[in-house]
Design a protein around this ligand. Structure first.
Ligand code: GAP
Length: 514
């Protein structure tokens, strides 16, 4: 655990040192759970957005993108259920005065039981070698069975109590499981209460006539209220999808995990409209499609797992998370929900406008069902950053810090480095920059010895370094150094464009996963 905490601390300090993430309004000591993206962070974030946007709207002929406003008519949030039900159960520790999400305390306890079971299984696997039958061991080993059984019981009871709004039982569960404040060990808890996460604001100049509004807590509703606009003007036929990237705001109770849980964050959401009755088939398809998208980035397939929801949100008939192994364990990265016709129907009722589709094949009018894929951009950023940061032992006994970002997402694709600051090398290097800059974000760097420059670019995540030396003036060749393997290759200058393209191109990364 200590090692994991160290890793997380390293990620946070590296993010600051290399211009990826700063605390918001840091000179005033920051604002809790709000962050700014620096010069490299803004580029990485933009590239993640681009990777998602192109995968959705360019690789699927039947998905289009929109950009709806953050402020929406207040009735939107009545219809969506957020005004009445967008709550988290909170609990305070009376001794430490720290506030927690009661459901998260219980879920973390259940996760520890799962980890204990997995540890037993891993030990047995090592002991029995090739003959090991994992399935059988899970079902028969008394300790593993007990851990997994207890976990299931706890999660089912939590789901039941939350669905029934039985907050007293959530408190009892915390007491029965003897869950302590993770920071102080105290078990002196308050009652569990509901807390609405919406940020309110006002529209209008005078206090009397101002209207109460909310900052949107999800981008999805901007898609639902535009369903008919897009369907009609884009002549879309079901099945089709509407994608959107944008800010969302939630007054989170606990926000202590860097950019994992923020009060202002960005979502990349897609609502896929389908025929009623076909939603579960599409739900399975989108689960697979989204997992493949993640796999395409090469962050390690073992870092992902599905978590099927026991407690379904008020709008869903099936739901799963894609969880990622963050430095603090497996947590939700993306949600895939079968949202039925809940939202469109609710907006029909509240607006009095029909939100239906005439299906020419079925010769029928209906309210479409919806599959939603919803990923937090900042969480994706954290997944990429934390799994890319490595400390490597080198053959010569030294270590290097390297940020092995997927090259397609890296802020700078190549650094162009003249070996020395004289003899015409800077001029040739600058010429290469001027050629490549039209297609790629590249950086000229002449300061310090070449080894230090390589290390600097490794730590900043630049996948390629291009070194111009005295021979380059004679043979029109340069040395390309690859960040991950540190392999160096002599190549003609005229081939640079295609080399950088091959390493960093969207198609190179995505094509085998579509
Ligand atoms: N429209 C459905 C929806 O908003 P959600 O599970 O509440 O569902 C979707 O959020 C995704 O948004 C999550 O999987 C997560 O990646 C991201 N997300 C949610 N709350 C967040 C927060 N406070 N900070 C950062 N990302 C968040």
């Amino acid at each position: 655990m200590a090692k994991q905490e160290d890793l997380f601390k390293n990620v946070i300090s590296h993010a600051k040192e290399y211009g990826y993430i700063f605390a918001s309004s840091e000179i005033y000591d920051g604002l809790s759970a709000v962050y700014d993206y620096g010069q490299n962070g803004a580029e990485l974030k933009k590239n993640i957005k681009e990777y998602w946007w192109r995968s959705m709207t360019q690789l699927h002929q039947n998905i289009v993108g929109i950009d709806a406003a953050i402020l929406m008519h207040p009735t939107t949030w009545k219809a969506s259920g957020h005004v009445d039900a967008f709550n988290d159960p909170l609990i305070d520790n009376k001794d430490s005065k720290k506030r927690y999400r009661a459901d998260v305390l219980v879920e973390d306890h259940a996760e520890k039981l799962l980890q204990k079971a997995e540890k037993e299984i891993a030990k047995a696997k090592k002991r029995f070698g090739e003959d090991f039958d994992e399935e059988m061991y899970r079902e028969t080993n008394p300790r593993v069975k007990r851990y997994l059984g207890e976990r299931k019981e706890i999660l089912e009871r939590l789901a039941r109590s939350l669905t029934n709004e039985d907050l007293a039982d959530v408190k009892s569960l915390i007491e029965e499981l003897e869950i302590a404040d993770p920071e102080t060990g105290s078990k002196n808890w308050t009652e569990v209460r509901q807390f609405n996460l919406m940020f309110g604001t006002k529209l209008g100049a005078s206090a009397d006539s101002a209207t109460d509004l909310y900052l949107r807590p999800e981008t999805a509703q901007g898609i639902f209220v535009n369903f008919l606009n897009v369907q009609k003007t884009g002549r879309m036929k079901i099945p089709f999808g509407i994608a959107q990237i944008g800010k969302a705001f939630r007054n989170e109770i606990v926000a202590r995990q860097f950019i994992f849980r923020m009060r202002e964050f960005e979502q990349m959401e897609m609502q896929f409209f389908v025929r009623p009755g076909e939603e579960l088939e599409w739900y399975e398809k989108w689960k697979e499609t989204r997992l493949n998208w993640h796999k395409s980035l090469g962050l390690g397939e073992e870092n992902y797992r599905f978590h099927d929801h026991e407690k379904l949100a008020h709008y869903a008939n099936a739901a799963a998370d894609i969880e990622f192994d963050f430095p603090f364990g497996f947590k939700e990265l993306e949600g895939i929900h079968s949202r039925t016709d809940f939202d469109l129907k609710a907006h029909e009722e509240h607006s009095g406008k029909k939100l239906r589709f005439y299906d020419p094949e079925l010769k029928e009018n209906y309210v479409p069902y919806v599959i939603e894929t919803s990923i937090g951009l900042d969480r994706m950023f954290l997944a990429v950053l934390s799994s890319s940061l490595k400390e490597e032992e080198l053959e010569d006994g030294n270590t290097r810090t390297v940020l092995k970002l997927p090259a397609v997402l890296a802020p700078t694709k190549a650094a162009i480095l003249p070996l020395v600051k004289k003899d015409g090398l800077p001029e040739l290097a600058q010429k290469i920059v001027d050629d490549l800059k039209w297609d790629f974000r590249v950086q000229y760097d002449e300061k310090d010895a070449i080894g230090r420059r390589y290390r600097r670019q490794d730590a900043a995540g630049t996948p390629l370094c291009i070194t111009v030396d005295h021979d380059s003036l004679e043979d029109n060749s340069v040395t390309v150094r690859f960040r991950d393997s540190m392999e160096q290759k002599r190549v003609p200058i005229e081939e640079l464009e295609s080399i950088v393209r091959k390493e960093t191109d969207f198609k190179t990364w995505m094509k085998d996963f579509i």
